[in-house]
Design a protein around this ligand. Structure first.
Ligand code: NOJ
Length: 515
């Protein structure tokens, strides 16, 4: 363990709707998570990041919070939360919860009070309301990240309110001190309960440019992208984090903030990681990068250099609940799975922190053929189906070979699982040499035994391949289609994502060698 656990941890993202359903309502819950803590411990993860489980009408799968201090009844209650947290801690697993400070649900008491109050009232000042001048023309050209305009009119037609996401997710006004005070109190509420930190949703949002000026172009900005905008990555947002850092420092236990901050460069991202701000920020460059040695190397170099500048660890990620699963991104089928394992093994040998998204350790693919009637992602509906949305990476996990929803719950699952997922279940893979689950377990255990201390590039073994020494082992990664020779990189193979034959590492594979 380095001085701070969060500088080299493996952190597992649990998406509560889709992890494990204990009460048989078709949706995952906290008791389901608690029952699977031994599984997480056996995987060897240091911490869990739990996507939102707070009271919510679930218009955006919980990223629309109506009460920040309550658990959504679909998931349980505060007692369930405390029990789950205690069991996780007893198993040596820390727990990071998901804070959504850019917007509330439209069902939040504040927004309901704002709607009931008059234009210009203090209640409306907690959000971004603007008078309607022309009912056809919103206050600016901003488009919702989920499609359509970012402004919706109040029922009486007199004012617009801003929502960068769904109309059910009004943006908070962070120029208002009341908003600051409320979130500081929410932080303390969960810190007092013993959580180990917060993932900050849309951490690059919250602060909007003065006067809410038009964006360039047609106002469309991608959520998963790298564009600065009058509502994204404004310098003022850093003041919020400078006010939060002393709060978390008051608590013992080395607790952390991790930012979901989409920025236009690794350099801008590293600003969130200055010593008086946040601890980690997801590196999304590898989520966006094609599977190629040149692209990965460029992203790795720039992240290491920029984060070193602020003394922060790199935070690597390949999949989460917003992006297509990496098995599918890399081509799907056997090829996609081989490449996905290679990329994961690469990440696990880089210096820094690695986030694993639930189900990737089973080799789950994106479910691309969900029928429209079961979809829930607002992106699908706000774009009239033009964008398929994110439901395909949110399909509930298979735990057993057979049975209702492959062991996810007793009464089916909120999204249907592919018929062949029994073979990818935890039960089917447990203890089976060569399974993706056993590969993840071995890779995580080996990573712990061989802690990276840095990264020195070695001679490339082939055209679309690279090799590096991380201070504890040598990694060779072959992104290409042809095998590459690996003799000379080390004597003992610690782990290879596909078998090395005759001194050749196949295409789409990673191998670790003892130094
Ligand atoms: C980012 C979250 O990861 C995503 O799932 C959500 O839809 C948006 N923020 C809005 O909260």
């Amino acid at each position: 363990m380095s001085e701070h656990w969060w500088r080299d941890a493996v952190i597992y993202q649990v998406y509560p709707r889709s992890f494990a359903d204990a009460d048989g309502d078709g949706m995952g819950d906290l008791e389901g998570i608690r029952s699977r803590i031994p599984y997480l411990a056996a995987l060897g993860v240091d911490a869990v990041w739990l996507s939102p489980c707070f009271a919510s009408p679930q218009k955006d799968a919980g990223y629309d919070v109506s009460d920040y201090r309550r658990i959504d009844p679909r998931f349980g209650d505060l007692d369930d939360f405390d029990r789950m947290l205690a069991d996780a801690h007893a198993a040596g697993i820390r727990l990071i919860v998901d804070l959504v400070p850019n917007h509330t649900s439209s069902e939040h008491a504040w927004f309901q009070a704002a709607l009931a109050a008059a234009p210009g009232s203090p209640e409306r000042e907690r959000y971004h309301f603007r008078d309607v001048v022309d009912p056809e023309v919103p206050p600016n050209n901003w488009q919702s990240i989920f499609g359509g305009p970012a402004w919706t009119k109040t029922d009486d037609g007199k004012q617009w309110y801003l929502h960068l996401f769904d109309a059910s997710q009004p943006d908070l006004n962070w120029d208002n001190p009341e908003v600051h005070a409320e979130f500081q109190s929410v932080l303390r509420f969960w810190l007092d309960r013993g959580v180990d930190g917060f993932r900050i949703d849309v951490a690059h949002g919250m602060v909007k440019a003065d006067g809410l000026p038009d964006t360039g172009g047609d106002g469309t900005i991608e959520m998963i992208g790298t564009t600065q905008a009058p509502f994204f990555d404004q310098d003022g947002v850093h003041d919020i984090y400078r006010s939060w850092r002393p709060i978390i420092e008051e608590y013992d236990g080395d607790r952390i903030f991790v930012a979901e901050a989409w920025t236009d460069s690794a350099e801008r991202r590293s600003l969130y990681l200055r010593p008086d701000e946040l601890h980690q920020a997801f590196n999304f460059d590898l989520v966006l990068a094609p599977f190629s040695a040149a692209d990965f190397r460029k992203a790795i170099d720039s992240e290491i250099a920029n984060n070193a500048g602020v003394g922060a660890p790199c935070t690597w990620v390949l999949s989460n609940h917003d992006v297509q699963r990496h098995v599918t991104r890399y081509g799907g089928g056997e090829l996609g799975l081989a490449r996905a394992k290679a990329a994961t093994q690469l990440l696990l040998s880089l210096p820094g922190v690695v986030y694993v998204y639930q189900g990737e350790e089973l080799g789950l693919n994106e479910v691309l053929d969900l029928p429209a009637e079961v979809r829930e992602d607002p992106t699908f509906f706000r774009t009239g189906g033009a964008q398929i949305g994110r439901d395909g990476c949110r399909v509930p996990l298979p735990w057993t070979r057979e049975g209702s929803s492959f062991g996810f719950g007793a009464n089916g699952s909120w999204l249907p699982q592919p018929a062949d997922w029994g073979a990818l279940s935890a039960e089917a893979e447990d203890g089976v040499p060569g399974s993706t689950l056993e590969f993840y377990r071995s890779a995580i255990a080996l990573r712990k035994a061989h802690k990276a201390t840095g990264l020195t590039w070695l001679a490339d073994p082939g055209e679309d391949a690279f090799a590096f020494d991380n201070g504890a082992l040598v990694a060779v990664v072959n992104f290409g289609a042809e095998p590459v020779p690996v003799a000379g990189y080390g004597t003992e193979v610690l782990l290879a994502s596909s078998p090395i034959t005759d001194g050749l590492l196949p295409g789409g594979s990673t191998a670790w060698f003892n130094k």
